[in-house]
Design a protein around this ligand. Structure first.
Ligand SMILES: NC(=O)c1ccc[n+]([C@@H]2O[C@H](COP(=O)([O-])OP(=O)(O)OC[C@H]3O[C@@H](n4cnc5c(N)ncnc54)[C@H](O)[C@@H]3O)[C@@H](O)[C@H]2O)c1
Length: 407
């Protein structure tokens, strides 16, 4: 369909809760603030609970509701399938959508296992090669302006050769041992715990900012609270009511690992839901031969920059407020100093995906990038199982993809 002189792309989104609402906002604002060459139309929202899905549809302006994701994918007015459901559903939905010729935006982590992620990445590669169908995984924090600017500074050589990365993702929403056993605490639904949920983000951010990949790891994981109350009927998202019974937590509560990056840097990673007092502290510090960068999502408009060429008497870290129009993603928003927030990354993600589709380009992070992160998660799990033994990341699934024969 064409609106004015621009084509429109019908979006069908599956899942209407935390990410469903964040993505809804992203699709709505992408056309208001950015100028993508194709415009989104919020065609249908998918959810098994029709009334709850309808409520989100009404709030965010979705035109209709589907209670079976297969029906949503089959609709001719749906061009983009946006997957905002737990990890155990990603592979089946994404592969079916790609087979139906739909562009796919899939939340992170791409899947629950390397095998599932490899299947998805192969389907995405084939679909793009044969039919121009695009796909992207939702590592949204890449699109925080300060993070995108940090990557540019590293690429421009401003901090020289990267020697260290200190990456942390610290939350505390599971400190209460009576917090319910939602899907994020069940291995068969989530794949892993803090590792896949938030550790995946800091693996991606480390690789995105430095341009290097994690080559090997030595890891420890722990489940501090091994049993929790089962969620009640109205359980949704991160918070939920509880029922009478109790069940086993089958994922990690925290994962800590050290790693070597492909360019020779050493990195430390910490992903936990037990960092009391820390709510969404994604902290990244990169030390290079000519300077350093530091970021904390709890102060997300700021990037700290140290230039080692400045004499020590005047040196130190400079506080850069990343709200100038020259900074990535900032110009279409507000005047300088009018801060951006969590939701803006989802608008950037939607605008970038629409632009890539309209221009016939492959968006990033791709499903292959999602698969690569999955191989790092798998190495962390293998290392932790073997008492923190040094474990190289097995790149065979990623390399098989790259060298897959074209037909
Ligand atoms: N990019 C980010 O920063 C970010 C942040 C949070 C979550 N996530 C990812 O987003 C995904 C969803 O997480 P969430 O926090 O929105 O979870 P949530 O529990 O808030 O919502 C999950 C939604 O999926 C629906 N759902 C579950 N199983 C389904 C099925 N079989 N068929 C159809 N719908 C189903 C639920 O009804 C609900 O609407 C996960 O992959 C998660 O890791 C990403």
């Amino acid at each position: 369909m064409v609106a004015g002189d621009k084509p429109t792309l019908g979006v069908g989104m599956i899942g209407y809760s935390f990410m469903g609402r964040a993505h809804s906002q992203g699709w709505r604002n992408a056309r208001s603030f950015f100028d993508p060459p194709a415009l989104p139309r919020l065609v249908a929202i998918g959810g098994r609970d029709a009334a709850a899905a309808q409520e989100t549809a009404d709030r965010f302006g979705w035109e209709s509701v589907e209670t079976d994701w297969r029906e949503l994918i089959a609709r001719p007015d749906v061009d983009i399938v946006d997957i905002c459901t737990p990890g155990d559903t990603h592979a089946e939905i994404a592969v079916a959508a790609l087979a139906a010729g739909k562009h796919v935006l899939c939340e992170k982590p791409l899947a629950n296992t390397v095998e599932e992620a490899a299947t998805m990445a192969a389907a995405a590669t084939d679909a793009a090669r044969d039919r121009g169908v695009r796909s992207m995984v939702g590592f949204t924090y890449r699109r925080v302006p300060a993070i995108a600017y940090a990557r540019k500074l590293v690429q421009d050589g401003r901090i020289g050769e990267v020697r260290h990365v200190r990456a942390q993702y610290l939350q505390d929403w599971l400190v209460d041992p009576e917090a319910p056993l939602t899907w994020r605490l069940q291995k068969e639904r989530a794949g892993s715990g803090a590792l896949g949920d938030i550790g995946a983000h800091i693996i991606d951010l480390t690789q995105f900012v430095t341009g290097e990949s994690v080559a090997g790891v030595s890891a420890l994981t722990e489940t501090f609270v091994k049993e929790r109350p089962l969620p009640g009927d109205t359980a949704r998202g991160l918070s939920a009511d509880v029922s009478e019974g109790r069940g086993q937590v089958t994922v990690d509560d925290a994962a800590i690992f050290v790693g070597r990056l492909s360019g020779g840097a050493l990195a430390t990673f910490e992903a936990t839901r037990f960092a009391t007092g820390r709510k969404n502290a994604i902290r990244l510090e990169v030390n290079g031969s000519r300077g350093s960068l530091a970021f904390d999502f709890e102060d997300m408009n700021v990037l700290w920059l140290h230039d080692a060429a400045v004499p020590a008497v005047d040196g130190g870290f400079t506080r850069v407020l990343v709200t100038e129009p020259e900074h990535p993603y900032v110009a279409p928003w507000w005047p300088q100093g009018h801060l951006l927030g969590y939701e803006h990354g989802f608008t950037h993600q939607a605008a970038d995906f629409l632009t890539a589709i309209a221009e016939g380009a492959d968006p990033t992070p791709s499903f292959a990038d999602g698969l690569q992160v999955q191989t790092v998660l798998a190495a962390v799990e293998r290392s932790a199982e073997s008492g923190a033994a040094w474990t190289p990341v097995d790149r065979s699934s990623v390399e098989a993809l790259v060298s897959a024969p074209t037909h």
